[in-house]
Design a protein around this ligand. Structure first.
Ligand code: APR
Length: 245
């Protein structure tokens, strides 16, 4: 029996599927990943552009990168991989998506229980008074950077910068899903950023089957992964869905 069929069999038998996703699943939507070849961190030093202290020190400079990210995100649409996860939820297999991505593409693909561990780039929040407003596309044109209408301080996308904590609500929701998870898809993540990268290990320790989809191996591959499917998420996921129609 081929691997895809075996995995589909496990899904039918074990039932509670959770997907843990990273930037790799959105590469097929035209959004560059952070690490590796064309990664965003090859162009922008994350310590200068993605640390909350850098933002507070020089919001104008960081907004140069944020504007570029927003353009790409606003012009992106779900990949075949995102759409397949939407289908798996519709069919009752996929119960939650825990994502490190901030592009909102899982929701656009139809998934309704999405835990955004690193926030969402389609909202803005004030660094001073925490007022939260939608990130309207025209905000991209505001220079040097958008300001809070209430206190006039700098607005930032409602995403978790290095040096910031994970939103408590998302942390609790993710913990709850991990405790119920019987099969975890680990899709398109390098597994190097904590505490997010601890999630597959937690699932494994609770007895979940780990199905990893990536173009390269990661720290998960030779430690907790039960099935390693090497290739792009958009090629691989539809092959599994075929056996669950
Ligand atoms: N299909 C599947 N996997 C892919 C694809 C693809 N088409 N393209 C790239 N990948 C894999 C890469 O091999 C790599 O393992 O996706 C992973 C992307 O890794 P990162 O760029 O490190 O992204 P991620 O793991 O999501 O980063 C975690 O780091 O910078 C922070 O907050 C940021 O949420 C991000 C976190």
């Amino acid at each position: 029996m081929d691997k895809y069929k075996e995995i589909a069999q496990h899904i039918k038998e074990k039932g509670y599927v959770v997907a843990f996703t990273g930037a790799g699943i959105s590469v097929d939507s035209g959004i560059p990943a952070f690490r590796g070849g064309q990664g965003l961190w090859e162009k922008y030093d994350p310590m200068e552009y993605a640390h909350i202290s850098s933002f507070k020190r020089n919001p104008e400079k960081v907004w140069v990168m944020l504007r570029e990210m927003a353009e790409v995100i606003f012009n992106s649409s779900p990949s075949p991989a995102h759409l397949t996860l939407g289908e798996l939820e519709k069919k009752g297999f996929l119960k939650a998506v825990i994502t490190q991505n901030v592009d909102g593409l899982h929701q656009l693909a139809g998934n309704t229980n999405v835990i955004e561990y690193h926030g969402n780039h389609r909202w803005l929040v004030c660094i001073n008074c925490s007022k939260r407003v939608p990130f309207e596309p025209e905000v991209i044109k505001i220079t040097p950077y958008p300001r809070c209408e209430r206190c006039d301080e700098a607005l930032k996308p409602d995403v978790v910068f290095f040096g910031e904590g994970i939103p408590m609500r998302e942390m609790i929701r993710a913990h709850d899903e991990v405790s119920r998870c019987k099969v975890m898809f680990v899709i398109g993540t390098s597994g190097v950023v904590y505490p997010a990268a601890d999630i597959p290990y937690q699932a494994k320790s609770k007895g979940a089957l780990i199905v990893e989809i990536n173009i390269d191996s990661t720290p998960f591959t030779h430690s907790i992964t039960d099935y390693f499917l090497q290739g792009t998420a958009s090629e691989i996921l539809p092959n599994i869905l075929k056996y669950l129609e």
